[in-house]
Design a binder for this molecule. Structure first.
Ligand code: SAM
Ligand code: 2KA
Ligand code: SF4
Ligand code: MG
Length: 215
């Protein structure tokens, strides 16, 4: 059984593949925060910008089998595209590695999809992921030391970039912390730009979907 908060077709807003169209599957639930505001201050991850509680978002629901979820997601990729582009699915959440398994990845591949994952890096991944983005969180122990991109929300006093700069990733991104309600106003954008200017191993990741006003 899979629990999905929402699923939608949009453009990847973050990291090395920013701008690429894909189907997002946002699984319900996370191991670093309950998703309830009253627990935020005492959680391992305290700055989350996402509602991942329940199954009540657009195209959300419970799916009994990998086949059922894969068909649901495949239907969100525009059929009019034909062979024009490789179908792309981005599993996120919440924490997708609480639910994503090898069977679902295999079935998405059978549907012709390339499979990307956005994870906090605290759980072991199933085999077969085509693009792995790891985003370490504060003091949460990192179980994943390799992948395609490491995308660190900045600044986090308990997770500064030097801790991760020697890990086995192709790309290293800093993403300024969006602190609602003040957003990027204040210091996080300027601080992040400054860190990238002085440590050019790290590249700036803006959350383009927020700038573009899309999901
Ligand atoms: C909502 S998380 C879901 C996937 C997974 N749980 C994780 O943390 O990577 C998706 C991405 O948004 C980033 N993110 C969450 N809250 C943010 C914020 N307030 N500002 C900037 N990025 C944020 C996360 O670090 C992660 O890269
Ligand atoms: N457009 C868009 N790109 C994203 N990249 C990562 C996201 C996420 O919440 O995991 C996300 C998201 O929520 N929307
Ligand atoms: S680990 Fe990811 S989903 Fe969980 S609370 Fe943090 S940013 Fe949100
Ligand atoms: Mg998001």
């Amino acid at each position: 059984m899979y629990s999905v908060k929402e699923a939608f077709y949009s453009l990847q807003g973050e990291g090395a593949r920013a701008g690429r169209a894909g189907v997002f599957c946002r699984f319900s639930g996370c191991n670093l925060w309950s998703g309830r505001e009253r627990d935020r201050a005492s959680s391992l991850c305290r700055f989350c910008d996402t509602d991942f509680v329940g199954i009540d978002g657009q195209n959300g629901g419970r799916f009994a089998t990998a086949d059922a979820l894969a068909e649901h997601l495949a239907a969100l990729w525009p059929s009019s595209l034909g062979e024009a582009a490789t179908p792309y699915v981005i599993f996120t959440g919440g924490e997708p590695l609480l639910q994503l398994d090898g069977t679902l990845i295999d079935v998405m591949h059978d549907h012709g999809f390339e499979v990307a994952v956005e994870t906090n890096g605290t759980l072991p991944p199933p085999a077969g992921i085509d693009w792995l983005c790891v985003s370490p969180k504060g003091q949460a122990p990192l179980a994943l030391h390799q992948g395609n991109e490491l995308k660190l929300v900045y600044p986090q006093p308990d997770a500064m970039p030097q801790r991760f700069s020697a890990l086995d990733f192709e790309h290293f991104f800093l993403q300024p912390m969006d602190r609602q309600p003040q957003g990027l106003e204040g210091t996080t954008l300027a601080e992040t730009v400054d860190y990238c200017l002085t440590h050019p191993q790290w590249r700036l990741s803006m959350q383009l979907h927020k700038l573009a006003g899309i999901d």
